[in-house]
Design a protein. Structure first.
Length: 348
């Protein structure tokens, strides 16, 4: 009874709990938090794992990645779109929820919608649900990422017509076909933005004898990486540690060699889309052939990603408006139009 009364004073939330970033949408206000999913933990001397405290969360913690002393560890508690460290994820959620609600006089327990990869298991979904309850939620709903992208991109998900989306996030790539408010086909591939970063790190180490960190690899990806072999050539200087001599050294990388480094993960994504098209019923395939596919997530911002996918699949490809926030906006719309959209939520 008390919780339901407090619910009248709470701000309901939609959360895109991503591997790379966490976005929170507050009902009737829009997206008011967008921070990296990173937590910095301080370990007490001689205290071991039991004696640890949260030092920083979000943007402040991300600055510490790869730069911490032995007593501090900056970690990403989400891996491949699911929880890798339950306790730290719960603390991170509590911190973010408190941050978006700190200006309110009387706080209640919010209703929360959280996005999950369509390939996540029942155990992984239960872990996300329990984390949200532990962070103070009154009710928790889960929505699959492709459905959230489709709603965020204003596709007619409730109508008897096929809509296809591709979401290339930090930890997973999701492909989904929707019709009549439900998922006709969905698949989740654990190849995404982080995989591109790893491929760049491995390429620089193998071909240039240089060790670079995740942050440097991400900068290279954003600046010169391309998904299409006919893209304009670009170059960039990156610094790291020479493997042989142990000294700092710089090397100039070209977009052509970065394309070569990330070609395997790109090909995996293309094959997953082709597989989805093969599994789609013929009538819906005809709809998708006419309307094309919408792509979202950070991977949609890679140079010429749409051209590569158009060339390889033969489909028209549209990049969603503001692809980084498309999932969060879809979650938010699902929260605000719960009654109109029908049962778009995922079940364990």
């Amino acid at each position: 009874m008390f919780r339901s009364i407090l619910g009248l004073f709470s701000n309901d939330l939609a959360i895109d709990l991503g591997t790379a970033n966490t976005l929170i949408y507050v009902k009737e206000k829009g997206i008011i938090l967008n921070e990296p999913s990173v937590v910095a933990i301080r370990y007490a001397p001689g205290g071991g794992l039991s004696n640890k405290s949260i030092l920083a969360v979000g943007a402040e913690a991300k600055k510490m990645l790869g730069r911490t002393p032995g007593s501090i560890k900056a970690i990403r508690p989400m891996k491949d779109g699911v929880i890798a460290d339950f306790n730290v994820t719960e603390k991170m959620l509590k911190y973010f929820i408190k941050k978006v609600q700190e200006n309110r006089f009387l706080q209640g327990s919010p209703r929360i919608i959280i996005c999950v990869p369509c390939g996540s298991t029942q155990v992984e979904r239960r872990a996300i649900r329990e984390s949200a309850y532990g962070a103070g939620a009154r009710e928790v709903y889960l929505i699959e990422e492709p459905m959230a992208v489709a709603i965020g991109a204003n596709l007619p998900v409730a109508e008897p017509t096929g809509s296809m989306v591709l979401d290339i996030g930090g930890g997973t790539t999701e492909v989904g076909v929707m019709s009549l408010g439900g998922m006709v086909y969905s698949t989740s591939l654990r190849v995404a933005g982080d995989t591109f970063d790893e491929a760049i790190i491995n390429h620089v180490r193998r071909n240039h004898g240089l060790l670079i960190g995740e942050a440097s690899a991400e900068r290279v990806k954003k600046a010169i990486a391309t998904a299409w072999d006919k893209s304009e050539e670009r170059e960039m200087e990156v610094k790291g540690r020479d493997i042989a001599e142990g000294l700092s050294r710089a090397v100039t990388l070209s977009s052509k060699e970065i394309y070569s480094a990330i070609s395997d993960p790109l090909e995996s994504i293309v094959q997953t889309i082709k597989q989805a098209l093969e599994q789609t019923p013929p009538e819906l395939s005809a709809d998708i052939g006419d309307k094309g596919m919408v792509i979202a997530g950070g991977g949609a911002l890679m140079r010429d990603m749409d051209r590569r996918l158009m060339e390889d699949t033969g489909l028209p490809v549209v990049i969603a408006d503001d692809p980084l926030t498309c999932v969060a906006r879809g979650c938010g719309r699902a929260l605000e139009e719960m009654d109109n959209l029908g049962d778009v939520f995922a079940h364990e």
